[in-house]
Design a binder for this molecule. Structure first.
Ligand code: TXA
Ligand code: MG
Length: 321
């Protein structure tokens, strides 16, 4: 963990300064357990306008509001439904975003003009301390330019957003590595709008939930999560052959694959991950590293599409199309 500040990078002992920046309408990137977020005071329309501009984010793509505790949710949402209360009791703090009817006083720019708002309590000591110190609800999309992979280190944020932000709190790499599960909690059963680390299996009552509704979670409509190099998905048994074929076409190849698959000959980058959780944790960093390595193509071994594997495959498919 960094303990000094370099340019806009703040060490975790400088959370007072980061909190003060947030209160004054600044843009502060900070770590969560999922990915780094780019925070701004959710109730400050000028700060939120700057946030959308810094990301190049479409104005109709709503932001997730982060709070330190469920007791901070009233005033952001109109009503905490019984379902939301149950899910929050089980999963907060954690990688679960609950979509509820927005409080009429929450600026509509924060909700992308929608009547609902997503809210979550992140499970990261730095994030929660920062939220407590700031004392304001903090809207925080992933701290990347729109369409780019989400950042899982402070360096990713710095490389992608640089001086478009006022500060970056460096809390080291993110543990989960993929964005939170987004669930519509307005009704009687949770409806998954974006897959994440809280899985359908976890949300047992959601077993019969409808297929994710792309129209309902606006962000999932946009091209997303993609590095500048091409991304291909291959079955683990086929990765080596696929890499060899690409290499004969004169392409520089990077690979993310299980450790029992031999390294593809001539690969400019080889990263290992042996299950869905490891793939999730390393996926975005591998996107960034593949770009830096000058690879033309990144081949990623598919994971079993169950549990967290669903979120991994969801992000991979978006990155590869
Ligand atoms: O893990 C995360 O969720 C990270 C960290 C920083 O908390 N944040 C994040 O935010 O991924 P962002 O803005 O990159 O993605 C938010 C997603 C988008 O797909 C957005 O459309 C959806 O959540 N969303 C937010 N509010 C919504 C709402 N009211 N209704 C439906 N979808 C919503
Ligand atoms: Mg994002």
């Amino acid at each position: 963990m960094r303990t000094h500040s370099v340019g806009p990078l703040l060490g975790v002992h400088e959370l007072d300064e980061a909190a003060s920046l947030l209160r004054r309408g600044g843009l502060v990137a900070f770590p969560t357990e999922t990915v780094y977020g780019l925070g701004a005071d959710a109730r400050n329309p000028d700060a939120i306008r700057r946030l959308f501009a810094a990301k190049g984010r479409p104005a109709d793509n709503p932001l997730i509001v982060h709070v330190a505790d469920i007791t901070d949710v009233p005033g952001i949402v109109r009503e905490i439904t019984p379902l939301a209360r149950t899910l929050a009791a089980r999963w907060w703090p954690g990688p679960l975003t609950l979509v509820l009817d927005a409080d009429p006083n929450l600026p509509r720019i924060t909700t992308g003009g929608h009547p609902t708002v997503g809210v979550r309590v992140p499970d990261h000591p730095v994030a929660r301390r920062l939220l407590e110190l700031a004392g304001v609800p903090v809207a925080a999309p992933s701290a990347n330019r729109s369409g780019r992979p989400s950042p899982t280190t402070a360096e990713h944020v710095l490389a992608d957003l640089g001086d478009a932000v006022d500060a970056i709190v460096d809390g080291g790499p993110c543990v989960v590595g993929l964005e939170s599960t987004v669930v519509d909690a307005r009704g009687d059963v949770p409806v998954v709008l974006r897959e994440g680390a809280v899985t359908r299996e976890h949300l047992a009552a959601a077993d019969d939930a409808p297929t994710p509704d792309r129209a309902a979670s606006p962000g999932t409509r946009y091209r997303h999560y993609a590095p500048t190099c091409r991304v291909e998905i291959a079955e683990p048994a086929d990765v080596a052959q696929r890499c060899a074929t690409l290499a004969t076409q004169g392409l520089r190849v990077a690979a993310l694959l299980p450790s029992d698959v031999p390294s593809p000959a001539g690969a400019v980058l080889v990263v290992r991950a042996d299950d869905a959780a490891e793939t999730a944790t390393r996926l975005y960093a591998t996107f960034h590293d593949a770009e830096a390595s000058g690879a033309d193509v990144l081949v990623v071994a598919a994971v079993l599409e169950e549990g967290l594997g669903r979120a991994v495959m969801d992000r991979l498919r978006r990155a590869s199309t």
